[in-house]
Design a protein around this ligand. Structure first.
Ligand code: CAA
Length: 383
């Protein structure tokens, strides 16, 4: 069941799918068990142009619109959410923020290497004490001559131990969203430490880290955007980020559907394939309907982005729905697999573990509901 795409996007889907089936799917279980994807995957993603979609060719990108980005992230999400997450963060949150707000020098310095997969980016917003309440972050950035001195820590940072540049949000004045500023911090700066967080439920192949800044000195030339605009830069990045996560969720749910349909046709009980039982068909039908609905919600966001229309509320809707669908699809797929779904010889147990974080990161389901409710009523129930 596929939805109609134009030639360019269909070609991209075909290319991404065959690459993922060859380079990602056969290794996903092994990377999950090892708690690390092969680091060489980053260079391979770059060589395919997958780390440059939406960034101008002038700075090493591969151009492409929001729909192309969603198609790519869906295919990566169908293969391995850990790999999809690397792209979501390095390209979607970091490179695209540099492309939007960076000076020419910043673009020339960072974008070609990020797009080629010669360097990785991480997005350092969340802190040990501020997850949903991002506007109250406490990492300090204090001006000292032509430099800024950063101190504090960040938590649950995707790519944190692998990144070459961290997009760090620091407080440059009083409390609240207006005194937050963004910085591009090379991760080899003295005082910068990344510590990997092990033992995650899912996304085990992806490097997730705690970062600490002990008097990290950053030149003012690496400030991204104006002083005090950091919170808006973070929120705008997350609006598009939520579209990308939604696309990744669609891919994961699609993988659940394909695995469950295949297994239901092969597995026999009571002398016939379990696909012939109505209650198994119900599990499959529920996934299929919800995957398509999630895909349409996601593509609506891409369409709004590509036409230059406001899309934040629609991105929250897509992210909310698609992430919940991914969890449900994985759960249904395990039900179809029975006991075999509970061991990692088959992919569906990993799908459920990987899906679980999707309702948490880049804004929890509860935050998405509050954003949608605020847009509907004009009443802010967040604070
Ligand atoms: N785009 C641009 N500006 C925005 C914006 C947006 N989408 N959303 C808010 N702003 C602006 C507002 O206009 C406001 O500015 P003005 O006063 O000048 O109008 C300012 O930012 C403050 O906005 P709010 O009053 O809405 O701020 P808030 O504190 O009430 O609520 C929130 C904000 C929606 C709860 C927000 O904090 C939020 O989204 N929280 C969730 C955080 C999150 O998603 N974290 C994800 C971490 S990153 C991650 O997961 C990546 C990874 O590694 C996988």
């Amino acid at each position: 069941m596929d939805l109609e795409l134009g030639d360019t996007h269909s070609e991209l889907r075909k290319l991404a799918r065959s690459w993922v089936d060859k380079e990602v799917v056969p290794h996903a279980t092994e990377w999950d068990r090892a708690e690390a994807v092969d680091p060489a995957i980053v260079g391979r993603l770059g060589a395919m142009g997958f780390l440059g979609i939406g960034v101008s060719e002038e700075f090493g990108g591969s151009d492409g619109d929001a729909l192309a980005y969603c198609v790519l992230l869906e295919e990566l999400g169908r293969g391995d959410s850990a790999v999809r997450g690397i792209v979501s963060v390095s390209l979607g949150l970091v490179a695209k923020s540099i492309a939007t707000y960076g000076t020419r020098e910043q673009k020339q310095r960072f974008l070609p290497r990020l797009c080629a997969g010669e360097a990785l980016g991480c997005f350092a917003l969340t802190e040990p004490g501020t997850g949903s309440d991002a506007a109250n972050l406490t990492t300090k950035a204090v001006r000292d001559g032509n430099d800024w001195v950063l101190s504090g820590s960040k938590m649950f940072i995707t790519n944190g131990t692998r990144a070459d540049v961290a997009l760090v949000f620091g407080r440059t004045g009083g409390p609240g969203p207006k005194d937050v500023t963004a910085f591009l911090v090379p991760t080899d700066s003295p005082g910068f430490t990344g510590t990997e967080i092990k033992g995650k439920l899912g996304l085990r192949g992806q490097a997730t880290a705690e970062l600490t800044f002990d008097q990290v000195r950053v030149p003012d030339s690496l400030r991204l955007g104006d002083e005090g605009t950091g919170f808006k830069i973070a929120m705008a990045a997350l609006d598009k980020g939520r579209m990308g996560v939604a696309a990744g969720c669609v891919g994961l749910a699609q993988a659940c559907l394909e695995a469950a349909v295949r297994y239901a046709s092969e597995r026999e009980q009571f002398g016939k394939p379990i696909a012939s039982y109505q209650l198994v068909q119900e599990l499959l039908a529920d996934i299929a309907v919800e995957v398509d609905a999630a895909r349409l919600l996601t593509w609506r966001v891409a369409d709004l982005v590509d036409r230059g229309k406001p899309f934040g509320t629609e991105a929250s809707m897509a992210k909310l729905f698609a992430s919940e669908v991914a969890v449900k699809a994985a759960n249904n797929a395990i039900q179809v697999f029975g006991g075999y779904g509970y061991i990692d010889e088959y992919p569906v147990s990993k799908y459920l573990r990987d899906a679980r974080v999707l309702t948490l990161y880049e804004g929890t389901s509860q935050i998405q509901k509050l954003l949608i409710g605020r847009a509907l009523t004009g009443v802010n129930a967040i604070v």
